[in-house]
Design a protein around this ligand. Structure first.
Ligand code: ACO
Length: 261
């Protein structure tokens, strides 16, 4: 079931069904005054949206309110006072820490579901967990003012919100290592060179570009879209003969599903 709007508001999120087109939803990180810094509540809210997507959702757009996509984890969580209304972070060296991180990762991993195509619409900063959220999406459309930074190492952390695999898959191991260990900022222009952006547009044109992309993706038949995403997503882990076999299987399964419909 789609989470209640009031619960999403408390988590710093909003959800628009049917935007930017019928068959799409838009999720907005809505803590602009904190540059959409993320909290465990926000991660739980994102995971709940993923679990409760309206029937027939094919495209998911993730965007940030205000000038930034997301400034990453709310840094006040690392302070003794924490964030009002949020539980304190657990001891990451403690016995339950991996389970806690696994729950947080659910905010990110559903964006890979083959039933949907996910698009990150990134304006301004996407830092740390914010960059990992953009990496969780299948496609990234960047405003020309976008700035990406994998900041975790500078804070004594590893990137642990399921962003390390897409990063390596997209930019390759050497560049991923360089970006993760230097925590340097990547401009929109460099992001495009590194294939971290499918498209870079003037900031004023971001919403329109995302809307056009969503509309184009929605022209594909839902079963075809799912089969193609599954096929392509599995390709890096397969040899050529394995991928060719996967193509055959996917084709026959798709066509048989049409006959039985
Ligand atoms: N956590 C908590 N509050 C934040 C965060 C954050 N991650 N980022 C910004 N804010 C707050 C600021 O403290 C400020 O609050 P204030 O108005 O009460 O002073 C407000 O948001 C606006 O921030 P500014 O710094 O004034 O905005 P600006 O646009 O100049 O800079 C930027 C934005 C670059 C994102 C900057 O705020 C920043 O560097 N933030 C920290 C980023 C960071 O290190 N994140 C952790 C990454 S690691 C991880 O996610 C696991």
């Amino acid at each position: 079931m789609t989470p209640a709007p009031a619960d999403l508001t408390r988590a710093g999120l909003s959800l628009e069904v049917g935007q930017p087109a019928p068959g799409a939803v838009t999720v907005t990180l809505s803590r602009a005054q904190r540059r959409n810094a993320m909290t465990p509540s926000m991660w739980r809210g994102l995971a709940a949206i993923g679990r409760g997507l309206p029937e027939g959702t094919r495209v998911v757009v993730i965007r940030g309110a205000g000038p930034s996509f997301s400034a990453g984890i709310d840094l006040r969580l690392f302070t003794p006072d924490g964030v009002p209304g949020e539980e304190p972070l657990p001891d990451l060296a403690g016995p339950g820490a991996e389970d806690w991180i696994a729950a947080c990762q659910q905010a990110f991993t559903w964006l890979h579901d083959p039933a949907i195509v996910s698009i990150a619409a990134v304006r301004g900063h996407a830092i740390g967990a914010g960059f990992q959220l953009a990496l969780a999406c299948d496609l990234r459309v960047l405003a020309d003012d976008a700035r990406l930074c994998l900041k975790e190492a500078a804070l004594g952390l590893v990137p642990d919100l399921a962003g390390s695999k897409p990063l390596v898959d997209i930019v390759g191991l050497p560049r991923a290592l360089e970006l993760a260990l230097t925590a340097r900022t990547v401009t929109a222009a460099e992001a495009q060179q590194l294939r971290l952006a499918e498209l870079v547009v003037p900031a004023a044109e971001l919403d329109g570009a995302v809307s056009d992309l969503a509309a184009a993706l929605l022209t594909a038949d839902p079963a075809v879209s799912r089969a193609v995403k599954e096929l392509l997503a599995g390709a890096p882990g397969r040899t050529l003969p394995e991928q060719a076999a996967a193509e055959r299987r996917a084709q026959v399964t798709l066509q048989r599903s049409r006959i039985s419909r």
